[in-house]
Design a protein around this ligand. Sequence first.
Ligand SMILES: *Cc1c(COP(=O)(O)O)cnc(C)c1O
Length: 385
Amino acid sequence: MPTAEPGDRPSDTAAARLTIDLAALAGNFRLIAARAAPAAVGAAVKADAYGLGLAPVATALHSAGARTFFVAWLEEGIALRRLLPDAEILCLNGLAPGAAEAYAAHRLTPVLGSLEEIAEWRATSHGGQAPAGLQIDSGMARLGLSAEEVDRLVAYRKPLEGLSLTLVMSHLASGDDPADPMNLAQRASFEKDRGRLGLAHVRSSLAASGGSFLGSDFHLDLVRPGAALYGLAPLAGEANLMAQVVRLQAKILQVRRVDRGMTVGYGATHRTTRPSRLATISAGYADGYPRSLSNRGHACLGSVRVPVVGRVSMDLLTLDVTDAPADLARRGAWVDLIGPLHSVDALATEAGTIGYEILTALGRRYARHYLPVDGTPGSQTGAAP
Ligand SMILES: *Cc1c(COP(=O)(O)O)cnc(C)c1O
């Protein structure tokens, strides 16, 4: 292998880098698998594996033992099929209108979610005999058979005859809150509908990340976490058992000394109240750093918390580093926007959103650095896949 000059490595010259710890990801998968056993774990890798990169993430999860994967769209399933020829791949968004033939062609399992979708699936060249999942709504009113559709199906004598249903599932609205009575109500509704449809013996699934931690009554045959694999806390307000997977660092481009009374950024929304040092950082809302963190967020310089001052702009943000040691706050130093002392969840809370939105919005121009599952020196890709 040619040895790279230090300056040739993308993360050395990059203005910002995103490190994705695939060993931590694999560890999170194993932790959930151990807790859920004997239930199996299917991994949710929709939306480019929550923004972290479908290929490296799915490959790492597969090497950790994952054999069932959930995507949202047909196109995501096709991309994943190329990566994992033998995995079971379910498409959560159901049958994309007019695209029914493509699922069987790529050995993808659509999760059928309405009578219309069932009819369209039956009308395919295989007559609906390719593997399919079925979603029953129990309180989301989003996808899945409604109560009325279940009633209509039950009224037919053999409603699902001829279909090869390999999974029947529903989705919890408040699975991240163990105290919410809706969890038990949804489980009861799902059990009842499965029974009425004669599907009590079909493999079943109810739990995403939160549900995976609500106890074995919610595991059924298969849990299907996404967020927790990527390090987000599965239960709101409880200690997070998951290892952090993501670190986001950006470089200081300049440190400026300014007087008291100086305004900062667009709209002059911040005015210094003392002589200050301001660090200009190479990341902005175009990189998924929320503009709502203007005058609200903070970053970490080593172990020192430094506040965001002024508005976050497209490519830049400004930190007040007056209280940070000068040897840390210097041109070229890395700042943690997300890191060991500032989790994705914490950043999301400051921004008034959820970790899911932060992850899936992570920008495309970071140097992406994947720490491998086996802990050997890092593999790198300069740009997003
Ligand atoms: C996204 C999704 C999951 C995974 O959810 P997390 O909260 O990320 O664990 C599971 N099931 C369905 C239906 C989903 O849409």
